[in-house]
Each structure stands twice: as C-alpha cells, then as structure tokens.
Design a protein around this ligand. Sequence first.
Ligand code: CMC
Length: 424
Amino acid sequence: MTRVATLTIDGKTIEVPILKGKCGPDVLDVHALYQETGLFTYDPGFTSTASCSSGITYIDGDEGILLHRGYAIEDLVEKCDFLEVAYLLLYGELPDGSQRESFEQSISRHTMVHEQLRTFFQGFRRDAHPMAIMVGVVGALSAFYHDSLDIYDAQQREIASHRLIAKMPTIAAMAYNYSRGCPLPYPQNGLTYSQNFLRMMFAIPAETYQINPIIARAMDIIFILHADHEQNASTSTVRLAGSSQANPFACIASGIAALWGPAHGGANEAVLTMFGKIGTKQNIPEFIERAKNKNDPFRLMGFGHRVYKNYDPRARIMRKACYEVLGQLNINDPLLEVALELERIALEDPYFIEKKLYPNVDFYSGIIFKALEIPTSMFTVIFSVARTVGWVAQWNEMMADPAQKIGRPRQLYTGYEARKLPKK
Ligand code: CMC
C-alpha cells in the first residue's frame, strides 16, 4: 500500500503519496500539489528535491557510499577499466567478452572528428581557457549531427552517445595542443581509451611517444572516478536541456558549461591554485581561518559536498592513488604534504566537524594530474571527458522514459505587480 503524508492548508487536507526508492530517502510526490492546492513547493538549490527517478547511480552521503548500477566505486576502480564502467553506466550491466569487444570497436570507430571541425579551433585565441573551447567545439558538433538524428530512436541515441564518448578525448587533446601551438592530434585506435587520450595530449609528430603504463592506469582511474555522480548541477543541466528535445551534442555542451564553475568541476583547478597559494605547511592555519570567516569569500576548495556528509569515497581512492602514482613515478611533490596536512588540520577543526565538511573528489585529483604533467587548465576538461559518460547515460534514461516531459520549474515571484507604463 502506498504510504501517504497529509497536508492541511487553510483547513483543507490533502494526501501526498510517499514514493519508495530502492535505497535512500523516500520522496513526497508533489506533482499534483499545484492542481490540488494552487501552491508550488519552494526549494532553491534543490536541497530537498528529487528532480527525476533514476536507476544509474546511488549515493549514500551520510555513509560515504557511491554505487554505479549497484557496484561500489571501490570495486569498479580495482577490477574494471573506464570503458567497462562506461558500458555499465549506459547499459546497466557489465559487458561480457563480446559486448566489450563490440563496444570498444564502436567507440574507437568514432574517435575522429570531422575535418571541418578542426577549423573551429582557429577562431579561439591561443590563450583561451580550454573549457571555453570545449563548450564551443562540443556545441558545434551538433551542427554536424542534427538533421540525421532522431532522438526518439534508441539506436540513433546510442550512436550519438558513442560518438560523444569517443570524440571528447580527441577534442580535449586538440584544445590543449592548440593552446601550446602544436599540431592538432589524430587518434590512434589500437590504443585503449586512456592511452589514446595521453598520446593525443602529449605526442608530437617529431618524436616517438612512449606510453607509460603507470600513467595510463592513473588516467583510467581518474576517468572512472569522474564518470557519473547522479543529479549534480551539470547532469541536471543536461537533463533539463535534453527535456526540450534539444540536440544531444548541444545538451552535452550545456553540461560542460555547468561543470566549469569552481563550486562544481572547476574545483579541481581551484584546489591546485589554492595549494600553490598556501605554499608551505606553516601557512595552513591562516587559510583555515580565512575559510571559516564569513566575511571572507575564500572557501577551502576540494572540501564539502552537497550530498556527502562523510568522506567522499572518490577522494579516499584518489588519495591512495596519489601516494601510489607519485611513488611509482618517483615524484616528491611538496604539495602532497600541504594537502595531507590541510586535511588533517581541517578534520580536527570544530567548524569543519560540525558542518560535516570532508575532502571531496577534487581535493587530491590535482596532485595526480600534476604528476602526469597535465596543466592546471586541463583538469576540468578531463573531468568533462569522463563525465560525458554519465551525461549520456542519464540523457538516454530520460529520453527512453515514456513519462518524460519538458522540465519547467516555477518560481516565487517577488517583482512588481501589474502596473501602467509612465506617461511620456
Ligand atoms: N570551506 C568553508 N566553508 C564551507 C565549505 C568550504 N569548502 N563548504 C561549505 N562550507 C560551509 C558554508 O559556508 C555553509 O556554512 P553556514 O551553514 O554557516 O552558512 C555550510 O558549510 C554549508 O555549505 P553550503 O554552501 O550551504 O553547502 P552546499 O551544499 O550548497 O555547497 C559545495 C556544497 C560543494 C558547493 C561547497 O561545499 C563548496 O563550495 N565547496 C568548495 C568547492 C568544491 O570543492 N566543489 C567541488 C564539489 S565536489 C565535485 C563536484 O561536484 O564537481
């Protein structure tokens, strides 16, 4: 039997059904509220709002648990590569041997971009932020695949999704090489997803590029950790854009734009800049005090999360990977010491304890990126390459839902009431 909550407004009582998910909090189904009461709900920032139902990713923020299709992120990182996780997110199950082979084949067949797209890069200044280039160039993909695309045909959606997953590393590496004045790279399809990305990023035509397996594995872990994270700001943006039946390539560009902000995916870049400013362990207390000061806009970047009120499991994996990768590459980065000390001090401070602020995925990722010689401005771009998998999985889930409607939030209006124009 459906549980109901009763709501009494101005003497009238209505029943609000309570929906039960597989795990996590139940939700009040308020979709008929306006019709029955003439009232909207008000929840800026969606702190108490489930915007959709989804079977892809589950987060238990209090316990610090992240599951993709029921599998723990720790197990996926240990046992799978990025394309297996991508398959899992898209199709709901891990691939068997032949499914994996045909998925890999399809992704590698779509890694190249139309030659015409290469000319888009010339329109950007060389010092343009690569996220600005990503928003523009990925959005431009929609011009190449528009008339041919029926978004209500599952097979066509699948091809669009594979194209996006395949082309994102190519476009990202092109953006980087454009900024450093190098030739725009072409993919090499015999390589794995991560190897291919690294080669496109760093190889130059004048030299042979050797792939370091430690770096390739680290890249794969980074991709897996960023692949999906349920209804975050960028994913919700993709869903909202997609709900109007917009072109999926344009929808992903909107997701990239939302990801760029420092409160979301842009935090990884901001964290490394912050570590650089802190410089040495001695300066940490000053920055902790600034983060606690309400009159100072400074926040401890890479700390805190809307959903996690415990250690972000991705941060724990990233921290371990930091030790391993730096150790294997024989790198002694003083920033790792700053990060560890900053975490230690913050986690003992009553401000951070009371507000349940813990390191999030971005806290340690910059240190690994730096060890892989990836420039700071590319950190969020790499996040967007990985998150494209989550975005397309969520977009497909939404488009396949027969009950799907255009997303159209309402508002609490605080402007002028109707008034007459002043006399001229
Ligand atoms: N440093 C100092 N204080 C903080 C921080 C922080 N990093 N994060 C939250 N707080 C305080 C905040 O001032 C507020 O205090 P009060 O209740 O006294 O007003 C309280 O903690 C709750 O914060 P909030 O901003 O209301 O929480 P939110 O859920 O709206 O924001 C957040 C979550 C991630 C935007 C925020 O924690 C933040 O700005 N963190 C730093 C940026 C960051 O690391 N972002 C990456 C998020 S994880 C990856 C991703 O999503 O892409």
